[in-house]
Write a protein that binds this ligand. Structure first.
Ligand SMILES: NC(=O)c1ccc[n+]([C@@H]2O[C@H](COP(=O)([O-])OP(=O)(O)OC[C@H]3O[C@@H](n4cnc5c(N)ncnc54)[C@H](OP(=O)(O)O)[C@@H]3O)[C@@H](O)[C@H]2O)c1
Length: 257
């Protein structure tokens, strides 16, 4: 890695937004450590990124597992370290109202979105502080600032991640670490709704039915890359991005034809 080359950890890099963001940063010349649990997805991403300007290093990682994060850390440290962390790993499980909430779904969402980000941040903060110009980008959601029926578990997780992000920005300014939050609305990715609907393809398709242009993983990746490519003194605190057809959480325009 050259002295001027930027370097990042991207979690959630096996699919959707994380994968697109990792690829975008590599195409911008970054050294990217791509993390997620599915090794074969990381390998295919590394193969796809082979001809791009930067470099991608796949590191199979589970953000709910401290030992796995420690292995990730030692791999990155041995390779020269990073200046940027993008916490993109996360997701939703279920759409039940609170009256029928499944505790294990809530536990999964909080473990992955909130505590997963916390574990990664806590582990890498000393490295970012030592660098002197660190950046942390947390990918939360509009579900982290607006509640909706059937969304309580995901809301609780994303509100938690949103709160963590706000406090972190205040605490780390003294260490010259900028903290960016990207809050997307409806993004059509292959796995997000499919996983949320527990593998029911028809219910997953219904999430996007009639919405002519939802956001794509590449749309969100472009915004994340823009934010972390800016000169370091510029902190885009909170970037809310939605498709035009989703003017608000409650107002999603579905074309009838
Ligand atoms: N799609 C949307 O509408 C939308 C809107 C706003 C915000 N978001 C947020 O954007 C992020 C990415 O969503 P997406 O749409 O790209 O969904 P996705 O394709 O399902 O991606 C989720 C990613 O998280 C990783 N992940 C899950 N559990 C993990 C664990 N324990 N350890 C490590 N990685 C883990 C998955 O990798 P492995 O399974 O391989 O570990 C995968 O790479 C999530 O935080 C999501 O909440 C999505």
């Amino acid at each position: 890695m050259s002295d001027s080359q930027r370097s990042a950890l991207v979690t959630g890099a096996t699919s959707g937004i994380g994968r697109a963001t990792a690829k975008k940063l590599v195409s911008d010349g970054w050294m990217v450590f791509a993390a997620g649990r599915r090794q074969e997805h990381l390998e295919s991403l590394a193969a796809e990124s082979g001809q791009l300007a930067g470099k991608l290093v796949p590191v199979a990682t589970d953000v709910t597992d401290e030992a796995s994060i420690h292995t990730l850390f030692t791999t990155i440290e041995a390779a020269g370290g990073i200046d940027t962390v993008l916490n993109i790993a996360g997701g939703a499980l279920g759409t039940e109202p609170i009256a029928e909430a499944k505790l294990e779904d809530w536990q999964w969402m909080i473990e992955t979105n909130v505590l997963g980000s916390l574990r990664i941040i806590r582990k890498f903060l000393p490295m970012l502080r030592a660098h002197g110009e660190g950046t942390i980008l947390n990918l939360t959601s509009t579900a982290g600032v607006v509640t909706y029926e059937g969304g309580a578990g995901y809301n609780a997780a994303k509100y938690g991640q949103h709160a963590l992000t706000g406090a972190l920005r205040l605490e780390e300014a003294e260490h010259n670490i900028r903290v960016v939050e990207v809050l997307p609305g409806l993004v059509k990715t292959e796995e997000f709704a499919y996983n949320r609907m527990r593998g029911d393809e028809s219910k997953a398709a219904d999430v996007y039915a009639g919405v002519s242009k939802p956001l794509t993983a590449d749309d969100v990746a472009d915004v994340c890359a823009y934010a972390v490519n800016l000169p370091h003194h510029i902190n885009l605190d909170e970037i809310v991005m939605r498709p035009v057809k989703q003017a608000a959480q409650h107002k999603l325009i579905r074309d009838t034809e």
